[in-house]
Design a protein around this ligand. Structure first.
Ligand code: CA
Ligand code: CA
Length: 442
């Protein structure tokens, strides 16, 4: 406890020490293209997954310096057909630093004066540099600003990743006191292993942490490259209408990036915390007690852990599928219930609370599977064996489930505890078998 408090205190006092790693000031001659050693062009009119209406062009056609220290990205209403042969009514530009500059963590800022109008959609954003190998959204996407030309006061910051992309991205917006097309504003990102902060003019309006994505993957521990674009139309902003005027200009004074010299990246710690977060997010809800007559799903053994709810011979969960904090080995069943017991050994046992609605004789049937002749097991109620011991037959596969009769059991009404007991390992497989469910029928 003392140690962790001290560690927290130590973390709190270490302020970032920013060193510039990237700067594009756009100070070149009027009409020239942004530095081709830094900026690549995405070209064409494919709609980019958002049903956009522009065709993005190369060179200095729609992206050029104004000779006053700014990059202009200009959207025009003009018939345009790119290399991809898709005809569009609008031209614009989308440029990125892929292959030239990418960075994990740090501070990323751009000073931008926004364009305006319905269907006008500029953005300053980042994509993971592994997009080519892992695809989108697993590569990660961080939208530092997206601006919808019909909401002049509002900037949006969003992260997209696997399980939270597109309309499910984690997004927040903030309003400026003045319209964002009236003057320059600084759109910023502060990013480290603990969090992603979105800023407008140096003020944080959204902080996203790994805890915000539950059991999904946090895909922001690798370098991302920078993108600037001005889209015309799309699913989110809608489309230009009679009120939209052209050309529209996104004016970028500069783009700068920094790294934090004081940041210590604990790769093992990141991994460990991700595992803990997933476990926590997968908090298990026990479905019992089980009604009898009825079916007991055997992967849903009682709560209480090793020695109380079960005994398992190795502390690992070899199945790695379900109730991951427990030592019982549970795998995917390939049917319903979704999970089953596996890697069963002599001496192991599991308990299940039952609610028996009626005293009487029940037919007991287990759903079992084995890839060889299995071993022996039996069941008990409140510590006394009921029905017959049984041997798991060869069912032709570890998830090839077959009913196995244990004969009759005399049960009395009320709350009772069922115990499934593993007696004798198979000579062939070393396992007793896989167990899916136990059915009690009147
Ligand atoms: Ca400048
Ligand atoms: Ca185990």
């Amino acid at each position: 406890m003392m140690t962790s408090l001290l560690a927290l205190a130590a973390m709190a006092v270490i302020q970032p020490k920013w060193t510039q790693t990237f700067a594009q000031e756009f100070d070149g001659a009027k009409g020239t293209a942004p530095d081709p050693n830094i900026w690549r062009h995405d070209v064409g009119g494919s709609g980019y997954g958002n049903h956009e209406w522009e065709s993005y062009t190369e060179g200095n056609k729609n992206a050029f310096l104004d000779g006053k220290g700014n990059l202009i990205i200009e959207a025009r209403k003009e018939p345009t057909k790119g290399k991809d042969n898709i005809a569009r009514d609008y031209s614009s530009a989308r440029i990125n630093t892929s292959g030239h500059f990418a960075q994990a963590y740090g501070k990323f800022e751009a000073r931008i004066k926004m364009p305006r109008g319905k269907g006008i959609w500029p953005a300053f954003w980042m994509l993971g540099d592994n997009a080519g190998s892992v695809g989108w959204p697993r590569c990660g996407e961080i939208d530092i600003t997206e601006f919808l030309g019909h909401q002049l006061f509002t900037t949006h910051g969003t992260v997209h990743g696997p399980g939270y992309s597109g309309g499910g991205g984690i997004s927040a917006a903030t309003d400026s006191k003045t319209p964002l097309d009236a003057d320059y504003h600084v759109y910023g990102l502060i990013w480290n292993p603990e969090k992603i902060e979105f800023q407008l003019d140096g003020v944080t309006f959204q902080t996203v942490t790994p805890d915000d994505i539950g059991s999904n993957d946090w895909v922001y521990d690798h370098p991302h490259f920078i993108i600037l674009n001005l889209a015309v139309g799309g699913d989110w902003p809608g489309y230009p209408d009679a009120t939209t005027t052209f050309p529209q200009r996104m004016v970028v004074d500069w783009v700068r990036a920094y790294k934090d010299e004081n940041l210590v990246v604990d790769t093992e710690g990141i991994k460990k915390r991700a595992e803990e977060r997933k476990k926590k997010a997968n908090t298990y809800t026990w479905p019992g007690p089980f009604a009898v007559p009825g079916t007991v799903s055997l992967a849903d053994y009682n709560l209480g852990g090793e020695g109380k709810a079960y005994h398992d011979s190795d502390p690992e969960n070899q199945g790695g599928q379900y109730r991951l904090t427990e030592g019982v080995d549970v795998g995917a069943s390939g049917t319903k219930p979704k999970f089953s017991l596996g890697w069963t050994k002599a001496g192991e046992w599991l308990k299940y609370d039952l609610n028996i609605s009626q005293t009487g004789t029940y037919k007991v049937e287990a759903m079992v599977a084995s890839d060889g002749q299995g071993g022996e097991f039996h069941i008990e109620i409140d510590g006394e064996q009921v029905a017959n011991s049984a041997t798991v037959p060869n069912t032709g596969g570890w998830t090839n489930w077959k009913p196995l009769s244990l004969g009759d059991a005399r049960l009395s009404e009320g709350k009772h505890t069922l115990k499934l007991v593993m007696d004798k390992n198979s000579d062939k497989t070393g396992s007793i078998g896989n167990f899916l469910s136990l059915n009690f029928k009147k």
